[in-house]
Design a protein around this ligand. Structure first.
Ligand code: SF4
Length: 362
């Protein structure tokens, strides 16, 4: 049992000694530590992996290849049900045009994210990814799907996750990311997203992805109606998965945008986001790369570098969050200057050359 007196001192000592904090201690920090204290502890854990002024970034685009989806998550403003006249599927030529534009803007990472479209067979994806690899080689890397889409496609094609991962690997895929995870508790899934997946299925799929030799990441979205305990449960599951697999290249958290969604709500402030980022850095002591979200926090995301983050995207498009209220700026220098003013030296991280990265052991 943690008491107020001395609790912060005990947690600080643990972190200085590179000991792991418990979920109860994380809960205590969330409720009792000041912003400055959380920041300080997060930067201590960050220093185990990165030089104090170092940070990395990349220019990327999310390619929303279809908005047709049957999952009906109540926090989503992006999807259209099959048969809706606003539904679309991008052709190969349209995808190439988006990738060409990304390269012209200096980016070299695309992340595919669409809906659970029952009219798209596995071949659509495998053909598309093979064609991208053939056309761009290693000049451009792509995150092919989120785990959520991967699960839907595998089920739809009546393949187990191992076989589906192998199919994508043969199509030239290197990455299937942890997107679509929002909050990983069974109760959250039942409340908001009951047709998407169960938490047990999510980790089963992610394990198959790691076992197939593909790279993956962890993500999280906060600011729905989730409790602090649910946020901690998500972090606990993530840390455990990383202990077991060492397969997570990074952790990225962003905030829910409530505009034009079924459940609506009020957007949480950047201060709460930064506190959560710091807590994530402290708790996820086995994940080297903690990323801050320019897509949802704009320039203020760079303050996340002072709360334990070390990496960020400069996105040029993401229809999913833009439909729910996110705004995007292409003034990259202006954003990078914010990081510089905060005392950091941003270095471009080229994901095509980053494939061989390993997660350093503590
Ligand atoms: S969040 Fe993804 S899975 Fe859920 S409704 Fe939107 S597009 Fe579909």
């Amino acid at each position: 049992m943690i008491t107020l007196g001395g609790a912060l001192h005990d947690i600080r000592s643990k972190i200085q000694n590179r000991e792991r904090i418990s979920s109860e201690e994380a809960r205590w920090l969330w409720h009792n530590a000041s912003d400055a204290e959380l920041r300080d502890l997060a930067m201590q854990v960050r220093a185990r992996f990165h030089a104090p002024s170092a940070c990395t970034y990349m220019v990327m685009r999310i390619v929303n290849y279809t908005n047709v989806c049957v999952a009906q998550c109540d926090y989503c403003a992006f999807y259209r049900l099959p048969g809706n006249p606003e539904g679309y599927v991008l052709s190969e030529e349209q995808v190439f045009a988006k990738l060409d534009e990304l390269l012209a803007l200096g980016g070299d990472l695309a992340a595919f994210n669409g809906g659970f479209n029952p009219h798209l067979p596995l071949e659509y994806y495998c053909d598309l990814f093979s064609a991208i690899r053939a056309r761009y080689g290693d000049s451009l890397e792509f995150y092919a799907l989120t785990i959520a889409e991967f699960m839907y496609l595998a089920d739809h094609a009546k393949l187990d996750y191992a076989a589906a991962a192998q199919k994508f690997k043969e199509a030239g895929v290197h990455w299937i990311t942890g997107g679509g995870s929002e909050i990983l508790t069974e109760d959250f899934r039942r409340r908001h997203s009951k047709f998407k997946y169960t938490v047990a299925q999510y980790f089963e799929a992610q394990r198959a992805i790691v076992d197939a030799g593909l790279r993956t990441t962890a993500t999280m979205v906060i600011g729905f109606d989730e409790s602090i305990d649910e946020r901690l449960e998500h972090l606990e599951r993530t840390r455990k998965f990383q202990d077991e697999t060492n397969g997570l290249a990074s952790f990225l958290c962003w905030t829910y945008k409530p505009y034009f969604t079924q459940i609506g709500g009020i957007e949480i402030g950047t201060e709460e986001y930064l506190r959560h980022l710091a807590l994530s850095r402290i708790y996820l002591d086995n994940v080297s790369r903690i990323r801050t979200s320019v897509l949802t926090q704009n320039e203020r995301a760079l303050e996340g570098l002072l709360y334990g983050a070390d990496d960020f995207d400069l996105p040029i498009e993401d229809e999913v969050t833009q439909k729910a209220g996110a705004t995007i700026s292409l003034q990259f220098d202006k954003i990078l200057n914010v990081a510089r003013r905060l005392g950091f030296t941003p270095t471009y991280r080229h994901v095509p050359q980053d494939r061989a990265e390993t997660v350093p052991s503590l």
